[in-house]
Structure formats: C-alpha cells, structure tokens
Design a protein around this ligand. Structure first.
Ligand code: DAH
Length: 336
C-alpha cells in the first residue's frame, strides 16, 4: 500500500479522535477515548501491524507520522483531563461554598443543675474563708451517724431522723455530720472544713420534705475558736451568698438543740420584708464528740454547722416546692 494512503488513514483517525476528546464531558469518557486510540491494543497500535505492507523506504516516515499522531493525542488528552479536573474542582467549590457571614446554628447546650450551682456558690464562699472541701460516703455506719455524735441508742434524737437501714448495721446517712467524727479522727486541729453531700430520710414527701436532700456540714476547730467566729462566718456567708440578689439580709441566732453541740443554735435569715426562716443548725462542738474523735479533753474548741442546700437554693431562686429539684422537668430546669 502506498504510504500516502497510510498517512491519510492516520490523519482521519487523528481528526476523529480530536473531536471525540473535545466532546468528552467527564474523565471516565476521556479515559475510554485514550484506551481506544492510544491503548496497547488501540487503533494506532493496530495500524502499526500494517507496517510490513509498506515499502521499506517509507517505513521510517510512516513510523514518524504514527508517533507524531500519538504524541499529539497524548497532549490533547492531558490538556482535556486538566480542564475537566479544574471544572470539577470549581464546581465542587461552588457547591460547597460556606457563607461565613451567615448566622450560625445555635445548639442547645446543657447546663448545671440549680442545686449544683448553689453548692458551688457555697463552696466558693467558704473556700474564700479558708475552709477546705471534703466528702464523705452516703453509706455510713450506725456508729458514725449516731454514736460518735453523742446520739445514744434509744435516744429520741434517733427517731427525729427516720433512717433507711441497710444490712449489717449500715445505713444511708441521715446527715453530713458523721464526717465531723471521721475527719477529726484522722486530722489534728486547727482545722476548717465543709462537707457537701446527699443525705436520706425515710419520711413522707411534701413541698418541703424529700427522702433525699443535700446538706453542707461545716466544722472549725482550734484552741480559741469561739461562738463569735461562728457568728462572723455566717454574717459574711449570707452577705456574700445573697449579694447577687441585691436584697437586704438579716441574720438571727436562736438557741436550738442538737446532741452533738453545746450550746446549740438555729440560724435564721430574713430576706427583705419576708418572715424569718430557719436555714442552719449549728453550735459549739460537744466535748463528747471531741472525745470520740480522740482529742485530749479541754484543749480544743470549735463550732459545727449543717445547712440545708435545697432550702438555700429555694430562697435564692424563689422556688416553692423542693420536689421540683428531682422532677427532671425541663420546664423547671431550663430556667436556671
Ligand atoms: N445534722 C443536723 C441535722 O441534720 C444539722 C446540724 C445541726 C449539723 C447542728 C451541725 C450542727 O453540725 O452543729 O439536722
């Protein structure tokens, strides 16, 4: 066959493939075109098989025109491929464009429970007065919950605190006071601690009673800790605690009875023009409590107190039913 005819064939193939490349609308189609023309068994390589039919003198020219066509096609395919990739990226960028000036979505975040907030507030204030925070166990022994606190067996005081009894003389602590005894057994004065925690009473619930509630116990012991210190601490505490409420607070100390203090007292507060409310039990630590803890008689003195966390939280937020704290009711919880 005459070389001119071959060249004509190559020209036609080149033209045809160029058109195909131009029309290719995506990378997969382009790849098919490449395989069809440039692949190992592609159209151009098939043409090479016809080489023996060509006169010897023209073979080099033939080879040259085939290679020229291949190079050309390769280049065109590369260019087209780059073009398609750019288009793809531009399209993707356009689709995924983020408008950073748009207002963000607001996700509902959880927040702390009102009791936790009030507890932390109380902790902060006492810490600022040099008190350390310690924790006790919710399961206590009869000894620490009662005996070590001078609440003898069969004493009516035990009936005041309706107890959830567990097996083997264990119980759910009815107050945080057992940590007074436990702490003093292990630590020497001077000391200043508060003990926040949950306590349990086996009693009917109503707007001001729950079977579980929280107390913050306090204890300050040293050689010259006096009632005056107790008064000063609570004047300061209430002033700070209610400072964000912007209301006038009055504090009153009244005699009260608790077996583990002598003298014992109740601390009442009056917020603005409302009536007096009892919020804290307190007193000077009873010598028998010091004795149980192993302190030498007559050397140390100190005060103890127990405040009701729910009670304070109710006053702070103006809540009238203690049961709301444990209701898991979002309408209630979302207000804090
Ligand atoms: N433990 C008492 C109660 O649960 C409260 C209390 C009163 C604690 C007087 C004290 C205190 O430390 O001195 O009712």
């Amino acid at each position: 066959m005459a070389i001119e005819n071959f060249e004509e064939k190559v020209n036609i193939l080149e033209k045809e493939s160029k058109e195909a490349i131009q029309e290719a609308s995506d990378l997969a189609r382009l790849e098919n075109i490449r395989i069809k023309y440039l692949g190992r068994k592609g159209v151009l390589n098939e043409l090479v098989k016809e080489l023996p039919d060509i006169r010897e003198g023209s073979r080099a020219r033939f080879g040259h025109s085939i290679n020229f066509a291949k190079d050309n096609l390769e280049r065109l395919i590369d260019e087209k491929s780059q073009e398609l990739k750019n288009e793809f990226i531009a399209e993707k960028l356009e689709k995924e464009k983020i408008d950073i000036t748009m207002p963000g979505k607001i996700f509902a975040l959880g927040h702390l429970h009102p009791l936790t907030k009030v507890e932390r507030r109380i902790e902060d204030i006492f810490q600022s007065m040099g008190f350390e925070i310690v924790f006790g166990s919710e399961i206590e022994s009869e000894y620490y919950n009662f005996d070590a606190l001078n609440i003898p067996k069969n004493h009516p005081a035990r009936d005041l605190q309706d107890t959830f009894w567990l097996r083997r003389g264990l119980l759910l602590r009815t107050h945080t006071s057992p940590m007074q005894a436990r702490y003093m057994e292990k630590n020497n004065p001077p000391l200043r601690i508060i003990v926040p925690g949950r306590v349990f009473r086996h009693e009917a619930t109503d707007a001001s009673h729950e079977i579980q509630f929280h107390q913050v116990e306090g204890l300050m012991v040293g050689e010259d800790v006096s009632l005056a210190n107790l008064k000063a601490v609570f004047e300061e505490f209430f002033k700070k605690f209610f400072s964000t409420r912007g209301k006038k607070i009055e504090v009153r100390f009244r005699p009260g009875y608790f077996p583990f203090v002598e003298p014992g007292m109740e601390i009442d507060i009056k917020i603005a023009s409302s009536k007096w409310l009892e919020v804290v039990g307190a007193g000077m630590v009873h010598r028998k409590v010091f004795k149980s803890a192993g302190y030498a008689p007559g050397k140390q003195q100190g005060f103890a107190f127990g405040l009701g966390l729910e009670r304070l939280a109710m006053l702070y937020y103006g809540i009238n039913d203690i049961r709301l704290f444990y209701s898991s009711d979002f309408r209630f919880l979302k207000q804090f």
